[in-house]
Design a protein around this ligand. Structure first.
Ligand code: IMP
Ligand code: MG
Length: 181
C-alpha cells in the first residue's frame, strides 16, 4: 500500500483508534437492543466497517445491503442519492439499523430512513462511523456516531475517492492535489 502514501496528507484515524471506536459503537448498540435487528449496510463504503461492527454484536441479527450512489467520480455530492440495489429482506415490522461509513450533507440517511419507514419498518436507527457536521445540508442526527471530523476528504477503511483507497486499513486525509472539487 506504499503506492498510496504520497497521495495522503496525513493519517486521521489509525487502526488502533478505529478498533476502539468500533468496539464502543457495538457496546452502545448491544445495550440499546434486545430483539432481533436487521442490520443494513450501505455499499460500497460501509462494507469494511460493517464487517468489523457485526462481529462485536451480541444480539441476534440478520444482515442485508443497499447500494446507494451519491458521488459520481468526484469528491462533491451529486445531490439526490440514487438507489442502485434494493434489499431482499422483508421490512415489515423489522427493527432496522442502517450502517453507513460517513454522513456529509445528510441526504443519503434522510432518504433511506423515510424509504425504510415507507416499506413498513417498525423502527429505523442509524449508525455512522464518521460525521462531518459542518457539511450538513439537511437536518439529520445519527443515533450512533463513531467520530466527528472536520470538513476534509477522507479515504480508507472502505471509503474511496474514484474507487481507490478502500483497502487502506486506516483513514487518511487525501491531498487536495489528488482530487477535483
Ligand atoms: P451525504 O448524502 O451527503 O450525507 O453523503 C454521504 C456519502 O458521501 C457517504 O456514504 C460517502 O459515500 C460519501 N462521502 C462523503 N464524504 C466523504 C469523504 O470524505 N470520503 C469519501 N466518501 C465520502
Ligand atoms: Mg456511501
Amino acid at each position: 500500500m506504499s503506492h498510496y502514501i504520497n497521495d495522503l496528507e496525513y493519517v486521521l484515524i489509525d487502526e488502533t483508534e478505529i478498533a476502539e471506536v468500533v468496539a464502543r459503537l457495538a457496546g452502545e448498540i448491544n445495550s440499546k437492543f434486545t430483539d432481533k435487528l436487521l442490520v443494513v449496510g450501505i455499499l460500497k463504503g460501509a462494507f469494511v466497517f460493517m464487517s468489523d461492527l457485526i462481529r462485536k454484536l451480541t444480539i441476534p441479527i440478520q444482515i442485508d445491503f443497499m447500494r446507494v450512489k451519491s458521488y459520481g467520480s468526484g469528491s462533491k455530492s451529486s445531490g439526490k442519492p440514487e438507489f442502485k440495489l434494493d434489499l431482499e429482506s422483508d421490512l415489515t415490522s423489522a427493527d432496522v439499523l442502517i450502517v453507513e461509513d460517513i454522513i456529509d450533507s445528510g441526504r443519503t440517511l434522510k432518504e433511506l430512513t423515510s424509504y425504510f419507514k415507507s416499506r413498513g419498518a417498525k423502527s429505523v436507527t442509524t449508525c455512522v462511523l464518521l460525521d462531518k457536521p459542518d457539511r450538513r445540508e439537511v437536518e439529520y442526527i445519527p443515533d450512533f456516531t463513531g467520530k466527528s471530523i472536520p470538513d476534509v476528504f477522507v479515504v480508507g477503511y472502505g471509503l474511496d475517492y474514484s474507487e481507490k483507497y478502500r483497502e487502506l486499513p486506516y483513514i487518511g486525509v487525501l491531498k487536495q492535489s489528488e482530487y477535483k472539487i
